[in-house]
Design a protein around this ligand. Structure first.
Ligand code: HEC
Ligand code: HEC
Length: 304
């Protein structure tokens, strides 16, 4: 009797030991694969943009840095901050873009700015983590030049952001394509930058402006859980005609985007960055509205 219990314990021990080794081995493989993907070098064809320093370009560039979300992630003064603080997933710090101590502004050439912003590839050819260049790949040369012109005027802010770290869950989410950790993998770097549509109140220009909504509202604008967001974030709203904006009109939309208050009197949750999107002009918001209206309705409304 005694020996059979001992035998049982022995087998349970072996099974548990096997399980633990299997988990460790799997984690080891996950770390190896993800680390090698994060360290891969990318060759990006150079694409010179003519950066002027006239004051209207700089003012437009400043507006772009807000409405395109740079300030949401890099901080109001663009000196970098902690944007994801969930160690099991990741701790992600954004870069200090100013020429201050710990910032890259002072040593970046125009080509470095272009490669980082449109390709998420750093001057050393290594991918920039979580920097959503798949959205900025579409920026027109004019817009990118204005943005760079503005970034070059940033006053120095001394701030050395700590190194980001990616935890086991973050690596699993990345491998299973639920977290856009290496945006450099999401664009074909050799392809031409598409020509941007002429500014105006048109569906095409609205689509161009709305690429910045995709990271949260999804490729089809149907909303849902935001990839890589902490679990306490609400899902993004469905912006298609049959979704959350079904009963809104253009002025409801503009008023909500300006004030952060929806037509039913409810405020946006704080994750919806209307304060920075507010940098859009009325005409730009009208173009976005036209574009959202032009989307094919999402699948049967769930009455959300
Ligand atoms: C979703 C958050 C997010 C948004 C939006 C964002 N960035 Fe970033 N960006 C990051 C992170 C995170 C890094 C750091 C990447 C790293 O350290 O690997 C980064 C890195 C950079 C770098 C590279 C600096 C270096 O380390 O060499 C530049 C330049 C940059 N961002 C510019 C911009 C500009 C300009 C915009 C707006 C058009 C923008 N970013 C929008 C998250 C963001
Ligand atoms: C950083 C993530 C993020 C970005 C970027 C973002 N949104 Fe949102 N948005 C959200 C979240 C989360 C909600 C849902 C929470 C809420 O309704 O308060 C939301 C809700 C909304 C709503 C309200 C719908 C409703 O009734 O609930 C509108 C309108 C909207 N977004 C428009 C936009 C547009 C247009 C853009 C791009 C120009 C954009 N958003 C970019 C996160 C984002």
């Amino acid at each position: 009797m005694k020996s059979s219990i001992a035998k049982l314990f022995k087998w349970v021990g072996i099974a548990l030991g096997g399980l633990v080794s299997l988990v460790l081995l799997t984690l080891g493989v996950i770390y190896l694969i993800t680390t090698s993907r994060m360290k891969q070098t990318y060759a990006v064809p150079s694409h010179p943009v003519a950066v002027s320093s006239d004051s209207s370009a700089i003012a437009y560039g400043k507006r772009l840095s807000q409405m395109r979300g740079c300030t949401d992630c890099h901080g109001e003064n663009l000196a970098g901050k902690l944007i994801l603080d969930a160690p099991v997933v990741a701790k992600i710090y954004t870069t200090n873009l100013t020429p201050g101590n710990g910032g890259i502004g002072g040593r970046y050439s125009d080509a470095d700015w272009e490669r980082s912003i449109r390709h998420a590839v750093g001057p050393d050819g290594k991918p920039l983590l979580f920097m959503p260049a798949q959205e900025f790949f579409y920026l027109s040369d004019t817009d990118l030049a204005a943005l760079i012109a503005y970034l070059k005027t940033l006053p120095p802010v001394d701030h050395v952001p700590p190194k980001s770290s990616i935890g086991p869950l973050g690596r699993i989410l990345y491998l299973t394509r639920q977290m856009p950790l290496v945006p450099a993998e999401l664009t074909d770097h050799a392809s031409e930058h598409p020509e941007a549509p002429t500014p105006g109140i048109t569906v095409e220009y609205g689509r161009y402006l709305s690429t910045g909504c995709i990271g949260c509202h999804g490729q089809e604008f149907t909303g849902g859980p935001i990839p890589g967001a902490p679990p306490d974030w609400p899902p993004a709203a469905d912006l298609t005609p049959s979704g959350n904006l079904k009963h809104w009109n253009e002025s409801d939309f503009i008023r909500a985007m300006r004030t952060g208050i929806k037509p039913d009197g409810q405020p946006f949750s704080q994750q919806m960055p209307y304060q920075t999107l507010n940098a859009m002009t009325d005409d730009e918001l009208k173009a976005v509205w036209l574009f959202l209206k032009s989307l094919t309705a999402s699948m049967p409304s769930t009455g959300r």
